[in-house]
Ligand binder design. Structure first.
Ligand SMILES: Cc1cc2nc3c(=O)[nH]c(=O)nc-3n(C[C@H](O)[C@H](O)[C@H](O)COP(=O)(O)O)c2cc1C
Length: 338
C-alpha cells in the first residue's frame, strides 16, 4: 500500500511532514544541503538572536559616537560578539544562498524577547528569500515583579512587531510554561502568528558540584518528552482553526511522528535525533511513519491528522483531570505492593 505523505505548513506545500528544526546542523550552507539530502521537507535555520542584532547596532553607534563613555558599559552587557559564529549579514547571506541551493523551503529563525528594533530584521529575512519565519520567544521572567499578564503581553507585542514588517508567514515557537497555554496560543494567533511551534525546550542550567558553579548545559531530548506537546496539540488543534501547528520535541522515530500527527500536528520537527544519528535519520523516520500508516490502513497524512485530537479521540476524558487521578491510582510496581 502506498501512502501519501504530502502536507501543508504555513501555506507551504511540503513533500512530507518531517521538518528539520533550528539547530547547529543548519548553520552552514553545506549543513542545509545535508539536511535536504537527508530527507527534510523543509529546513528551519538556526536562530539569529536579538542580542546579536543589538550588539551590531551598538557597534554601529560607536562608529558614529567614538568616545561615548557609556559604550564600554553597554557592550559588556551583551555576550562577546565572537561567541556568535555568524553575524546578521552572514545570516542573511546564508538565507540567500540556501534559498538558491536547495529545493525545499528555508525557514529563517529570529530569537528574542523585547518588542524593540531588532524585530525589523524579519523584513531583511523576507528580502533575503526566506519562505517563512520562525520566531522563537524565550523569556525567563526572573524578576518576580513581572506579572503573568506582563509576560504574555511581551510575547504578543513581539509577534505584532514582527508581523507588522513582513508579509511571509510567521510561526511562533513558544515554551509551555503559561498559566493557560491555550489562551496564550489564541492571543499569539490574534497578534498575527500564522502558526505555533510547540514547544521550545526551556533552558535549564545545572550546578557543577565540584567547581561550585552554575553550568550552562544542554541535554538532547528523548522520546518520552513528546507527551507535553502531544497533550497541547491534541487539546488545541480543533480550537485553533486555521493556525498551523508544528510539533517540536522528542521525535526519535516514526512512532513519535505518527503520534503528533494523530494529535493534529501539520508538521513534525526534529533536532536531537538528527544530532545523535545524522541528518539521514530523517529517511528512517519517514520510512517508519509510512510503514506505520500502511499497517493501520491510512493512505494519507490528511486522513490520520487529528484523529486523536480531543474532539476526535474515542476517550476524550483521557485528557482531563479524572484520568490523571486514575493514572496515579493505578500505578503499580513491586514496591507499591508491599
Ligand atoms: C544544540 C541545539 C541548538 C539549538 N538551537 C536552536 C536555535 O538556534 N533556535 C531555536 O529556535 N531552537 C534551537 N534549538 C531547539 C530545537 O530546534 C528544538 O526545538 C529542540 O531541540 C526540541 O526538539 P528535539 O527534541 O527534536 O531536539 C536547538 C537545540 C539544540 C539541541
Amino acid at each position: 500500500m502506498t501512502v501519501e505523505l504530502a502536507t501543508q505548513y504555513l501555506g507551504l506545500e511540503l513533500e512530507h511532514p518531517l521538518v528539520a528544526s533550528a539547530s547547529p546542523l543548519s548553520k552552514t550552507l553545506d549543513g542545509v544541503r545535508r539536511l535536504e539530502d537527508g530527507g527534510a521537507s523543509a529546513v528551519v535555520l538556526f536562530s539569529l538572536f536579538e542580542e546579536q542584532l543589538r550588539h551590531e547596532s551598538a557597534a554601529l553607534n560607536h562608529l558614529t559616537q567614538v568616545g561615548t563613555e557609556s559604550f564600554g558599559e553597554a557592550l559588556s552587557y551583551f555576550p562577546a560578539v565572537e561567541e556568535y559564529r555568524v553575524g546578521p549579514d552572514a545570516y542573511l547571506e546564508l538565507v540567500r544562498r540556501a534559498r538558491e541551493a536547495v529545493a525545499v523551503p528555508v525557514i529563517a529563525s529570529l530569537n528574542g524577547v523585547t518588542p524593540s528594533g531588532w524585530t525589523e530584521y524579519a523584513r531583511s529575512m523576507e528580502e533575503a528569500g526566506a519562505s517563512a519565519l520562525e520566531l522563537n520567544i524565550f523569556h525567563i521572567p526572573s524578576d518576580p515583579a513581572e506579572t503573568g499578564r506582563d509576560v504574555e503581553r511581551r510575547y504578543e507585542e513581539v509577534v505584532r512587531k514582527v508581523r507588522g514588517v513582513t508579509s511571509i508567514p510567521v510561526a511562533v515557537k513558544l515554551p509551555p510554561y503559561f498559566s493557560s497555554p491555550g489562551e496564550m496560543a489564541h492571543r499569539i494567533a490574534q497578534a498575527g502568528g500564522d502558526g505555533l511551534v510547540l514547544f521550545n525546550r526551556f533552558y535549564q542550567p545545572d550546578f557543577d558540584l565540584e567547581a561550585l558553579e552554575v553550568r550552562p548545559d544542554l541535554e538532547l531530548s528523548t522520546a518520552v518528552e513528546i507527551r507535553l506537546p502531544l497533550l497541547w496539540i491534541a487539546l488545541l488543534r480543533e480550537r485553533l482553526g486555521e493556525t498551523a501547528l508544528a510539533a517540536s520535541t522528542g521525535v526519535e522515530g516514526g512512532r513519535e511522528a505518527a503520534k503528533y500527527i494523530l494529535a493534529g500536528a501539520d508538521v513534525v520537527m526534529t533536532t536531537s535525533a538528527l544530532l545523535r544519528h545524522g541528518p539521514e535519520h530523517l529517511r528512517t523516520i519517514r520510512r517508519e511513519l509510512a510503514e506505520w500508516m500502511a499497517g493501520r490502513g491510512y493512505s494519507s497524512v490528511s486522513e490520520m491528522r487529528g484523529v486523536l485530537r480531543r474532539e476526535g479521540a474515542p476517550n476524550p476524558g483521557a485528557f482531563e483531570r479524572a484520568n490523571y487521578i486514575r493514572a496515579l491510582e493505578s500505578y503499580r510496581n513491586p514496591f507499591t505492593e508491599r
